[in-house]
Design a protein around this ligand. Structure first.
Ligand code: PSU
Ligand code: MN
Length: 347
């Protein structure tokens, strides 16, 4: 039975990811490091719409226990909109694409623990290798980390909240999120609400252009050019390179890019729902204070974004968490619709 399952897994992995024959013999090594749930494997093999979800938002973004409720809520939003959720993260050193409810709770409830890392592309080999040596760490995967694993599993659509970017002062610190280079090299479409204004939004868009990333913002009935959104606010003062009418247009763009194929990612920005947007003045002053504190305390590198997110939460007395939840929910619904439209095109 075990051999049969291994054979089945190998068959479906090979057909979805078109692995070069050379990598074939190292599959048993890969299986120790990456597990795609049976539900996700089946959905991919039968052309169902699959939506990837990241886990850094739970381990390093949202507080416990709200993160546990949010993680299962987002999965059910995918399901009720006709998709199959693939939450991606690292559990006991093994990268997981699609998790059982108990596994998801196990990962998410370890938020804040020293043994739960924030995993970007650079960390995937490290946490996997340490796992092979017996050190069983958990990890929330960032947008970059999640894109790598989603692509390995054959998933093209990924919905989340906020994208990393070029940090303010990034022209000196060179703190540029690996999310941006990942979008340049990995063919996964990310649906997010843009970047928080603690980042340098004009430079973030410049960098995405350099990386060859198509960026479009949903126009929501508005005509003409719209702003690339600033997470808590619909407008950033910076125009989006493209305006996208609806999910069917987004799906057609993903389809065209994959048929050509162009191997970079796509970014679709979905502005926060109007009723949940925050007042620009309120959030701007909170962000300015959080950024100044991080500077004073010398909190840089991968700790910078989680620190600023935490301070925004505290300084807004939870108002930011509400907006954050509303926009992620909207993005997950939007991403699922894109995946449903894409599945029709690929049929
Ligand atoms: N920005 C947010 N919320 C988040 C993140 C960024 O508004 O949760 C998380 C995402 O997982 C993103 C990561 O991929 O932080 C970027 O971290 P860094 O800036 O260290 O690349
Ligand atoms: Mn960084």
């Amino acid at each position: 039975a075990l051999l049969h399952r291994a054979w089945q897994a190998r068959g479906s992995i090979r057909s979805c990811y078109r692995l070069p024959v050379l990598q074939h013999r190292s599959l048993s090594g890969r299986e120790k490091l990456l597990r795609v749930s049976e539900e996700v494997q089946d959905a991919l093999a039968t052309g169902k719409p699959v939506v990837a979800l990241e886990t850094t938002i739970y381990t390093h973004g949202f507080p416990y226990p709200e993160n546990v409720a949010l993680s299962s809520h987002l999965e059910s939003l995918v399901r009720v909109n006709g998709g199959v959720p693939a939450t991606i993260g690292i559990l006991n050193g093994v990268a997981r694409v699609g998790m059982q409810a108990e596994e998801l709770i196990e990962l998410v409830s370890t938020a804040g623990s020293e043994n739960t890392w924030k995993i970007s592309r650079r960390d995937l080999g490290v946490i996997g290798g340490l796992g092979l040596r017996g050190q069983k760490l958990n990890g929330g995967t960032t947008i970059a980390g999640t894109m790598v694993l989603a692509h390995l599993a054959g998933i093209k659509i990924f919905a989340t909240g906020g994208l990393g970017g070029v940090h303010r002062g990034g022209e000196n610190s060179m703190d540029i999120s690996a999310d941006l280079t990942e979008l340049g090299r990995t063919p996964v479409a990310v649906i997010s609400s843009g970047s928080k204004s603690f980042l340098d939004i004009p430079r973030t868009l410049e960098y995405l252009e350099t990386q060859g990333v198509g960026v479009g913002t949903f126009a929501d009935g508005r005509t003409g050019k719209v702003d690339f959104p600033a997470f808590f606010c619909r407008d950033s003062g910076v125009k989006s390179p493209q305006t996208i009418l609806d999910e069917a247009d987004a799906a057609a763009i993903v389809y065209a890019q994959s048929q050509l194929p162009v191997h970079s990612g796509l970014l679709f920005a979905n502005p926060v729902p109007e009723h949940s947007a925050m007042a620009k003045e309120d959030i701007d002053s909170i962000i300015a204070r959080a950024v100044a504190e991080a500077d004073e305390k010398g909190i840089g590198g991968s700790a910078n974004t989680p620190y600023i997110l935490k301070r925004i939460r505290e300084l807004s007395h939870g108002a930011s968490v509400k907006a954050n939840e509303a926009l992620i929910e909207a993005n997950v619904v939007c991403g699922t619709k894109v995946a449903v439209e894409l599945a029709k095109l690929e049929r």
